[in-house]
Design a protein around this ligand. Structure first.
Ligand code: NAP
Ligand code: ZN
Length: 349
């Protein structure tokens, strides 16, 4: 079935309207009419071919929410009309150790929501800047927020889980001092989630203008990272630093803020490498420099339920499909509070 979408035909071309097809709803599939889709910085990296291997046409979007329109004969967990979400994963091998442990995000056969090989036309996955998507029920999430919160729930499907998973893994909670670096889509969710988990939260920003906003999001303290005195005041004090910055930067300035046995988890995925950190900043205090990628399906459901229970959603700016290119430019300037979300009903306009 042919539907409207928005995507790029080349890395140096703006996104534009296009039509795509979705497979027929299989026995284990759920067909979702997409109501909203968040704009993640990864969408920009991929659509502009900043990361290697972009297939064109590229339809980004992996913060998908909507209602079930059709279910396959063997689908038991979902019914037509249910509020659901799809994040960054639409398939995996389903039988490796990672899949068995609910960590499909680390399965070597993971199929991302866009730009991953699939038997469906055109041969790679096409994401949520589109009117509908067909996904195996294993990768569909249930949304328990109120329907009127739906647009602001969308960013939880990537920004939410990508920050929730490392915060849980490194045990953010009462008695822990947690830094969140970069107050964008991921970072603002990191602040909200770490605060809800009970940690002492310090936000790091390059933008003086975000100081008050970070406190309003739930940060206990804010550091403007260009200010060396403010940075020095937090030396050797953090249990965990979650780094969401989308561009190469000096990791040493942050590593020295970790206490003994502290960890910095990188989730930002810049197109070019960070300058190499000084190994002595790791050795001297047995510090860990780590990475983390999104989260598994069960953990994503856990995160959505945690957010519903704590009444957490993203702070969003709703945009029409025709604003996507302008939104990319504003995201690059850090000019978004804190996630653009596309109203997918405008794809038909
Ligand atoms: P975003 O909304 O653009 O936020 C990134 C923030 O980083 C900015 O708002 C800015 O915050 C800070 N920053 C500082 N210097 C920057 C610079 N030169 N360029 C860009 N940002 C700069 O992006 P996002 O959607 O949160 O994504 C952040 C990164 O995480 C991207 O690289 C994305 O691809 C990656 N990502 C990774 C995963 C994963 O699984 N690991 C999942 C999703 C996204 P301040 O103004 O506060 O300094
Ligand atoms: Zn994302």
């Amino acid at each position: 079935m042919s539907i409207n979408a928005y995507g790029a035909h080349a890395g140096d071309k703006p996104l534009e309207p296009m039509t795509i097809t979705r497979r027929a709803t299989g026995a284990h599939d759920v067909r979702i009419e997409i109501a909203y889709c968040g704009i993640c910085h990864s969408d920009l990296h991929q659509a502009r071919a900043e990361w290697a291997g972009t297939q064109f046409p590229c339809v980004p979007g992996h913060e998908i929410v909507g209602r079930v329109a059709q279910v396959g004969a063997h689908v038991q967990g979902f019914a037509v009309g249910d509020l659901v979400g799809v994040g960054c994963i639409v398939d995996s091998c389903k039988h490796c150790q990672d899949c068995d442990e609910g960590l499909e995000n680390y399965c070597d056969g993971m199929v991302g929501t866009y730009n991953f090989p699939t038997p469906d036309a055109p041969g790679w996955t096409l994401g949520g800047y589109s009117q509908a998507i067909v996904v195996h029920e294993r990768y569909v999430l249930r949304i328990r927020h109120a329907p009127e919160q739906l647009a602001a729930v969308a960013p939880l499907l990537c920004a939410g889980i990508t920050t929730y998973s490392p915060l849980r893994h490194w045990q953010a909670g009462p008695g822990k001092k947690v830094g969140i670096v970069g107050i964008g889509g991921l970072g603002h969710m990191g602040i909200k989630l770490a605060h809800a988990m009970g940690a002492h939260v310090v936000a790091f920003t390059t933008s003086e203008s975000k100081r008050d906003a970070a406190l309003a999001l739930g940060a206990d303290e804010v550091v403007v990272s260009r200010n060396e005195d403010e940075m020095r005041a937090h030396g050797k004090s953090f249990d965990l630093i979650l780094n969401t910055v989308a561009a190469p930067h000096d990791l040493d300035a942050l590593l020295v803020l970790l206490k003994r046995d502290g960890s910095m988890a990188l989730v930002g995925a810049p197109a070019t490498a960070h300058p190499s950190p000084n190994v002595f900043n790791l050795i001297m205090k047995r510090r860990t420099l780590a990475g983390s990628m999104i989260g598994g399906i069960a953990e994503t459901q856990e995160m959505l339920d945690f957010c519903a229970e704590h009444n957490l959603v993203a702070d969003i700016e709703l945009v029409s499909a025709h604003d996507i290119n302008a939104s990319y430019e504003r995201m690059l300037k850090g000019d978004v509070k804190y996630r653009f979300v596309i109203d997918n009903s405008t794809l038909g306009a």
